[in-house]
Structures are given as structure tokens and as C-alpha cells.
Design a protein around this ligand. Structure first.
Ligand SMILES: C[S@@+](CC[C@H](N)C(=O)[O-])C[C@H]1O[C@@H](n2cnc3c(N)ncnc32)[C@H](O)[C@@H]1O
Length: 190
């Protein structure tokens, strides 16, 4: 019989104990504290949202005053106060159908399926982040913010340059709750 899954790092254990679906929630909490992202009344778009811990946290903060729209390639188990959708964020028509209005905040923890080949995975992450930037350009209200996860590597500096060409403010943040050797970094544009 396969062994039962038990989370073996402190963030996963904390998430399980506090009822969050993933350890990544603590990264969003850090980002929220640093950049003051989530405010009551907002419409928030969560890209790459499964299993759902970022949406859980966003819905908690909104506490019924606002909307959380969560999108992922895979199904997200229902979360109170969150509208969940199965869609590919590169599919513009699907996004049009889900999102008739502009949003105040985009949060993206998107991660591509990894191949194990470092350069390819990093490139795929930057490619997904370019898509997030396009979504932000088209669907963020004026004055809105977008935070996204990117994997550092060869294309990263070029990506930041693209962000700076287009957005007034571009900040990067390395979350304490990221795994020690992780190459992930969060980029906030507004
Ligand atoms: C690290 S997980 C997100 C964890 C989530 N923030 C949470 O707290 O539960 C990354 C997600 O990105 C999704 N993803 C990757 N490519 C996608 C795409 N093109 N469209 C939608 N979702 C995608 C994956 O299916 C995966 O669920």
C-alpha cells in the first residue's frame, strides 16, 4: 500500500495545520504585507490557482466584500467566496468568457510543468510570465497591481527590462517561504 502523504517541511506542516491547501499561501502573505496588495472591495484574478491556497487567503481578506476569480488548467475544489474556472491562461477567448470586466489585482503563482531541464523550465516560466503581462495589460484597471512568480535564469534580466519598459513601477521580492534553493522570485508591476 502506498505511504500516506505527510508534509515534511515546516511551511507545509503549518499550512496543513491552518487549513490552507498549499505552503505557497505564506508567500502571498509576505507579498501582501510588503506591497499592500489585497484590499476590501477588490476584484482579484488568481492565475494558476490550484489547489487554491492563494484564493483561500484572498477570499479571507475580502470577507465577502469583493470577488476572487481563480483559474487553472486543473480543477480547483470549491472554496467559499471564490469563483473557480478550468482554463488555459494562454487562451484569450476562454479568458474573455470568464472575465467580462477589468480587475483590481492579478496574482499569479503560475508554474509550468517542469521537464527537469533547467534552461527549458526557466524559459517556459518566462514565457508564461509574458502571458501574464499581456493579461495585466488588457485586463487590469488603471492603478491596479500584478504580482507574478518567475524563475530566475538566462532570460530573467531581459524579462525585467521588458517590464520596466512598460510599467511605471517594477519590484522584485524573494519570499522567505520559498524553498532554500529555489530560483523563484516574485515580480510586482503597477
Ligand atoms: C504552484 S501551482 C499554484 C499554487 C497556488 N498558488 C496555491 O496557492 O494553491 C502552479 C499552477 O499553475 C498552473 N498552470 C500552469 N500553466 C497554466 C496555464 N497555462 N493556464 C492555467 N494554469 C496553469 C498549474 O496547473 C498549477 O496548478
Amino acid at each position: 500500500m502506498p505511504k500516506r502523504y505527510t508534509p515534511n517541511d515546516k511551511w507545509s506542516q503549518k499550512a496543513a495545520a491552518e487549513g490552507y491547501r498549499a505552503r505557497s499561501v505564506y508567500k502571498l502573505m509576505e507579498l501582501d504585507e510588503k506591497f499592500r496588495l489585497i484590499k476590501p472591495g477588490m476584484t482579484i484574478l488568481d492565475l494558476g490557482a490550484a489547489p487554491g491556497s492563494w484564493s483561500q487567503y484572498a477570499a479571507e481578506i475580502l470577507d465577502g466584500n469583493g470577488r476572487v476569480i481563480a483559474i487553472d488548467l486543473t480543477e480547483i475544489e470549491p472554496i467559499e467566496g471564490v469563483e473557480t474556472h478550468i482554463a488555459d491562461i494562454t487562451d484569450t477567448k476562454a479568458l474573455d468568457a470568464i472575465l467580462p470586466e477589468k480587475v483590481d489585482l492579478i496574482i499569479s503563482d503560475l508554474a509550468p510543468k517542469t521537464s527537469g531541464i533547467k534552461d527549458i523550465d526557466q524559459w517556459k516560466s518566462v514565457e508564461l510570465s509574458q502571458t501574464v503581462l499581456t493579461v495585466a495589460r488588457d485586463r487590469l484597471k488603471s492603478g491596479g497591481k500584478c504580482v507574478m512568480k518567475v524563475f530566475r535564469g538566462g532570460d530573467f534580466d531581459e524579462f525585467i527590462k521588458d517590464c520596466k519598459n512598460e510599467w511605471k513601477d517594477v519590484k522584485t521580492y524573494q519570499a522567505q517561504a520559498s524553498r532554500d534553493r529555489s530560483k523563484e522570485i516574485y515580480v510586482v508591476v503597477y
